[in-house]
Design a protein. Sequence first.
Length: 371
Amino acid sequence: MSTTNEVGKPLAQNTPAFGPSTYDLTKYNRIAVLTEGHTNSFTAKTAIGLLRFRGQDVVAIIDSECTVSTTVEALGHGGDTPVVASLNQVDTPDALFIGISPAGGRLPPAMRKTIQEAAERGIDVISGLHDYLCEEPDLAAIAAKSGSQLIDVRRTKERETAKHAAFNDQCVRVHTVGHDCSVGKMFTALEVERELLKRDVDAKFIATGQTGIMVSGNGIPIDSVVSDFVNGSIENLVLANQQHDFLLIEGQGSVVHPAYSAVTLGLLHGCAPHGLILCYEAGRTHTKGLDHVPLKSLSELKTIYELIASTRNPCEVIGVALNGRRISEEEAAIEKEKVTAELGLPVCDVYRDGPQLLADAVMELGKKVRS
């Protein structure tokens, strides 16, 4: 294949082509996760997602600056999975995943040494950053020589507009939406999928962000898609998976966020959900990154989301996912009672309580859609 991209930058010879169907990250079952200097609950979002939802595949976290020896001590997940100082301390890894989601998506310089070591050893390197590894000439040359694949999950070339496709009417589509960014939309969708699978229900998580893709194996990095093609990209992804009884479609941003509303709207219209799970963080009062912008109430957001989504397909909010990381268990109980009374919907703190109430709501929606 060509060793340059469309603007002439070198690529590793075995770099996957554009698009979510060109790779399957679930094939890796001995993953080393690189978080060098960033092993914390704010930046290591991808590492936490991998530990929680693919913990059986993660053999180590690599961070020479970390002062604890296990991932549960460092990040609250992963049990006794070790934290090590270098790639040489990891026994036969089959992939190196970049485990951070920093602001701006830039690759920290301190990570380059370990990435190069992996490429030299023929180990595939998977990154969800905006800095594409396969476009770095020296690294691409090393990977081409060793056989290492450099997989940039945010590298996409979606070029189809939405066609207002007729979806399978037996495939129930549930989409997580938020009152703001980073409130647990991916986490909620994955937990509900996990609960439905436990019940022997045919459910499938649809990833729309880099962490979700790295957890589930493939998907669409929606924040890297040209705006005209956002709707079409998710529409096509739903069409490719509509043989399942239920789809849990990961949300992005917020429809009222001044910076990120475009991707949220594109997802709403592209996946045409039957039901929405509204995710919010208790105690958060202002928009992430824009402290001068107050957040709207949940009742306002419920109305806004239902109205906008229903312009494509009849849609309703079926439940609320409370993110209670800022409040105590006692405060969360009071909060759930208040929101249940306000909205007349099931409310649960998915992390503390589990997703059973929301899974029940999804099952009830399925009966309604198929009746």
